[in-house]
Ligand binder design. Structure first.
Ligand SMILES: NC(=O)C1=CN([C@@H]2O[C@H](COP(=O)(O)OP(=O)(O)OC[C@H]3O[C@@H](n4cnc5c(N)ncnc54)[C@H](O)[C@@H]3O)[C@@H](O)[C@H]2O)C=CC1
Ligand SMILES: C[C@H](O)[C@@H]1OC(=O)[C@H](O)[C@@H]1O
Length: 253
């Protein structure tokens, strides 16, 4: 039990990596508040799975691109559980699109959800942790795409580099409060975000062929690294980025 009686908040946790992280935290003894955008059934299932583990859970609806969502989420978690120990910024979108004719609304929505949303959420969670006075752990779900490009992701990769950079800067800003800030950098993980993209058999085979461990990732592959960074095992880890990609990044030849 690495997170016994900790309170963990996760954004975008009605499915995919966020849901796996929320359930993984509960498996390690945490009570969990999840933010979700629109998938009521997915959010209810996450709550049910956490409660089945003997932990408490709430689901709070909200669009992270709207600044007021952040404080409302933190307030709801504090009202339910009394504190915030760990904050996981996970919500994100990746609408694949070519660069030369990128619609401004697609680019701006991606920036607002992935980067502005992260900023507001991390700020609200950090203010709560500072008020509590006993530190905390903030983890951003960045990406291998913070380090490499994607021709159909010119609006997306800067947001993932951005949240990684946000963790580096907040690690400095919040270190004196005992708040650690780190990123996980997933490789290609099979979730709703890339279902359509990976339906292209040639692309799927190319992507899995790049991975030394021989398979695409699953949401649960992120749960362990996120729980580790959240836990006291990572007490002296801040400003760090942990690649969780089956070795894809280092596989040049
Ligand atoms: N699947 C992958 O290969 C990789 C994913 N990531 C990142 O992991 C994070 C989670 O994505 P996945 O689990 O893969 O996909 P997903 O599509 O299953 O999960 C994304 C979650 O974010 C939520 N969300 C989207 N817009 C939102 C908004 N405006 N407000 C609140 N919630 C919102 C969605 O409802 C969904 O629950 C994203 O930040 C993504 O960029 C990073 C690297 C690789
Ligand atoms: C959604 C993509 O499949 C996924 O997102 C990322 O951040 C990874 O780099 C993959 O490109």
């Amino acid at each position: 039990m690495l997170l016994k009686d900790k309170v963990v908040l996760v954004t975008g946790a009605s499915g995919g990596i966020g849901k796996a992280a929320a359930i993984g935290a509960a498996r390690h003894g945490a009570d969990v508040a999840i933010n979700y955008h629109s998938d009521e059934a997915g959010a209810a299932d996450a709550v049910a799975q956490i409660e089945a583990l003997g932990r408490r859970a709430i689901a709070v609806k909200g669009d992270v691109a709207q600044v007021e969502t952040a404080q409302a989420f933190v307030d709801a978690a504090v009202a339910a559980f009394g504190k915030v120990d760990v904050f996981v910024n996970n919500a994100g979108i990746c609408p694949f699109h070519a660069f030369l004719d990128m619609p401004p609304e697609v680019m701006e929505r991606t920036m607002k959800v992935n980067l502005f949303g992260a900023y507001y959420m991390v700020q609200a969670a950090a203010n709560q942790m500072v008020k509590q006075g006993h530190g905390g752990s903030i983890i951003a779900v960045s990406s291998i795409s913070a380090l490499v490009g994607g021709g159909m992701q010119t609006h997306y990769t800067p947001t993932k580099a951005g949240v990684h950079s946000l963790m580096q800067s907040t690690a400095i800003a919040l270190g004196k409060h005992g708040i650690r800030c780190n990123s996980v950098l997933p490789g290609t993980i099979e979730t709703a975000i890339n279902k359509e993209d990976l339906a292209d058999v040639a692309k799927r085979e190319y992507m899995s062929g790049r991975i030394p461990l021989g398979r695409l990732g699953e949401p649960d592959d992120l749960a362990g690294p996120i729980v580790f960074l959240a836990s006291d095992l990572a007490n002296y880890v801040t400003g760090a980025a942990l690649l969780v990609d089956g070795g894809a990044f280092v596989n040049l030849q």
